[in-house]
Design a protein around this ligand. Structure first.
Ligand SMILES: *[C@@H]1O[C@H](CO)[C@@H](O)[C@H](O)[C@H]1NC(C)=O
Ligand SMILES: *[C@@H]1O[C@H](CO)[C@@H](O)[C@H](O)[C@H]1NC(C)=O
Length: 297
């Protein structure tokens, strides 16, 4: 009777072959990790092997989130030597090689996000290399958004407000508010995940004011603002305006009269001082006849 003659024997056979297997076994503690941009992260990868470690070979690769089709080598351990990717020198290192294949990544960047693989070979151990895989997400607060408006800001026109943000992981949420005279939340259209627009049709003077776009994710919030002024043609019939203008011109006339009176008063006093008189209460009476007489001459 052969090794795999019946179901029970087949299972027994599988277990035996697993126990006897010589291939390198790799275990990854966390399948998915998150780190805040700038912080350090430990990428775990431990392995088990039956052979001595003198010819151990470890290769870490990254398939970046931004370009998953182009994986590249991050760091290699080979025959006791460590080779880092030139773009990562000083930021990546093994933690306790050759006992584990764990690496640490310092000063993380958003571009470090993606799928990491550790591939462990330990010749002369036969069989396929052990492979572990994990996903790293690098979280970042939203960057400063940019607010723009376009369209026709005359009464009756249509204006589109837009807000776009370059970065932020997870993708930031956006909202638009009109802040004055009271805060109102505005309905917005998303264009992808990083841009939103608000369309205001048939605008009137009431649409003038300050608008704010807020982008936020769990790591932070950023705002940009737009001040919208709706140009209205001069209104021909505002009774209030006419009233205001009338009162203004009356006030001006009164002011001019007051200035004239003060000026007359002052010039009279100057003349009196030049003539060296000490009494002033009767100046006007004394001068009036002369003025009157002169005007009739
Ligand atoms: C990463 O940072 C840790 C702690 O600051 C430091 O011990 C380690 O040497 C750094 N590794 C690299 C590759 O810079
Ligand atoms: C535009 O707004 C004005 C005043 O608010 C209104 O009288 C008019 O009917 C509106 N026009 C359209 C096309 O909605």
């Amino acid at each position: 009777m052969g090794c795999c003659g019946g179901p029970r024997l087949w299972i027994g056979c599988l277990v035996t072959s697993l126990l006897r297997s010589d291939a390198v076994k790799v275990t990854v503690r966390d399948r998915s990790l998150e780190v805040v941009r700038g912080d350090s992260v430990l990428l775990p990868c431990s392995f088990r092997t039956m052979s001595p470690l003198s010819r151990l070979n470890i290769v870490w690769t990254l398939a970046p989130l931004s370009d998953p089709g182009s994986p590249f080598q991050v760091i290699v351990y080979d025959h006791g030597q460590v080779i880092e990717n030139p773009s990562l020198i000083g930021r990546v290192g093994f933690v306790s090689v050759p006992w584990t294949a764990d690496i640490i990544l310092n000063s993380t960047r958003v571009s470090d996000a993606g799928t990491y693989r550790c591939v462990v070979n330990n010749p002369p151990e036969p069989g396929d290399p052990g492979i572990g895989e994990l996903r790293l997400d690098v979280l970042a607060p939203p960057s400063l958004p940019q607010c723009l408006w376009e369209g026709d800001a005359d009464v009756g026109g249509t204006v589109t407000l837009s807000c776009s943000v370059e970065g932020g992981v997870p993708a930031p949420e956006m909202r638009w508010d009109k802040l004055e005279p009271e805060q109102i939340s505005l309905p917005l259209n998303m264009e992808g995940t990083m841009k939103s627009t608000v369309c205001i049709a048939n605008i009137s003077a009431q649409n003038s004011g300050l608008y704010r776009c807020s982008v936020s994710n769990p790591l932070g919030t950023q705002n940009c603002y737009i001040h919208l002024s709706v140009y209205s043609p001069p209104d021909p019939s505002p009774g209030i305006l006419q009233g205001v203008l009338l009162s203004l011109s009356m006030a001006l006339v009164l002011l001019a009269l007051l200035a004239l009176v003060l000026w007359l008063h002052r010039s009279g006093r100057d003349r009196k001082w030049k003539e060296g008189e000490e009494e002033e209460c009767y100046n006007e009476i004394r001068y009036t006849p002369t003025l009157v007489r002169r005007s009739f001459v």
